[in-house]
Design a protein around this ligand. Sequence first.
Ligand SMILES: Cc1cc2nc3c(=O)[nH]c(=O)nc-3n(C[C@H](O)[C@H](O)[C@H](O)COP(=O)(O)OP(=O)(O)OC[C@H]3O[C@@H](n4cnc5c(N)ncnc54)[C@H](O)[C@@H]3O)c2cc1C
Length: 436
Amino acid sequence: MAGPHQIVIVGGGAGGLELATRAGNRLGRRGRAAVTLVDKNETHLWKPLLHEVAAGSMDVHAHQLDYLAQALWHHFHFCYGALEGLDRVGREILVAPTVDERGAEVIPRRRLRYDTLVIAIGSVANTFSVPGVAEHAYALESAAEADRFHRSLISACARANYRSANAPERLRIVIVGGGATGVELAAELHNTTRVLAAYGLENIDPERFLEITLLDAGPRILPMLPERIATAVTAALGDLGVTIACSEQAVEVTASEVRTRSGRSFQADLAVWAAGIKGADVLKDLDGLETNRINQLVVLPTLQTTRDPDIFALGDCAAFPRDAGGAAVPPAAQAAHQQASHLLRSIARRLEGRPLTPFRYRDFGSLVSLGEYSTIGSLMGFLSGKSYRVEGWFARFMYLSLYKLHLYALHGPIGVALDTLARFLKRGTEPRVKLH
Ligand SMILES: Cc1cc2nc3c(=O)[nH]c(=O)nc-3n(C[C@H](O)[C@H](O)[C@H](O)COP(=O)(O)OP(=O)(O)OC[C@H]3O[C@@H](n4cnc5c(N)ncnc54)[C@H](O)[C@@H]3O)c2cc1C
């Protein structure tokens, strides 16, 4: 029975939720298509905020967005469950059953029919098969994992505050991976531990308590940024007391240390793995769709998968060739945002039977937040085509505006203004860090 065109978007993250919201407003509301968003979680939190959740400078419960409510407000359907399979001939996806915290099944396995399928399930941490990572290290790949790290941090601080005479005086945190995630987490942790100490942990000396080490396998941190920016960030982290060890490739993580190929051992009460990303295992053999060596779906310039024109991919799970040299679009929220905007136009064209246009990635530059201390990075000058170093309040403004752009896509201008005002007013009645 022919019904409205079924658009199914799997993954409600930086790209997928923007697309579902805008497609719902534009196509779902007028009945031009039925839009369904599938996600393995019930709530959304913008992933670049996860280091703040981990450090405690952001309360995940105050910032997450309920998919069901968003679906009601923006004319799409929400289906709770993880993608676990695909039937391209039958044009259906398989959604895994959901279970409660005791493992009892709540929603059974389902099949969803699609006419247009968009896969936007992001990425997971790439452990590079290093032993011990899954068991002993935290990876900032979900709000739940970031919150779990935060609770361990709070416990470690409380234990140190009420320690017995022979308990260690210092908390050693080793972060593996000197990309933006590792760098931002190091700075944020430094800040929040100082704030935490002010909230009743009077036996902790914040200047001495935390020992943060940032390891990177390459010759310098922040390989995606120009060297002069990496040098400035290295100096800023040095001022905060963060130890940076480059050319140190982690080969094993245990309950108490991170071992590297050079033979060194870095003592770790808490280890964080931020050494790279890959596509989730479910993509590896998704009914014959082409993937690259890190499980990303290979897409054409139109963002259609190479082997099925009805299936699109965007964001971290898509391998989009940026140039003829084979360089890929980086896994970044700004790429997912641009691809979501492009796909919204492409889907409208598909419904009208018009040909699709190629996606072009515009690199606006990269910014790294050092929390309260600074924001630093490079922005592209569009007329000159060169990158310019930016720092201070302007860099902070540009960094924050990426999140505001995401909120704008989800809530529109009035929603963003009200949200900003509400958060400003609540500042006086909330602690500056999450205390539990
Ligand atoms: C700490 C940190 C800081 C970062 N900072 C920046 C930054 O400053 N600037 C920047 O541009 N980028 C930054 N990034 C990268 C950015 O967050 C990602 O590139 C971006 O979120 C990718 O968007 P996406 O839509 O592809 O996936 P995501 O935003 O990761 O969303 C994926 C969604 O898919 C869902 N999902 C996953 N698997 C399944 C499944 N099997 N079935 C159903 N649903 C599923 C997830 O629950 C999630 O909702 C940062 C990342 C981290 C971790």
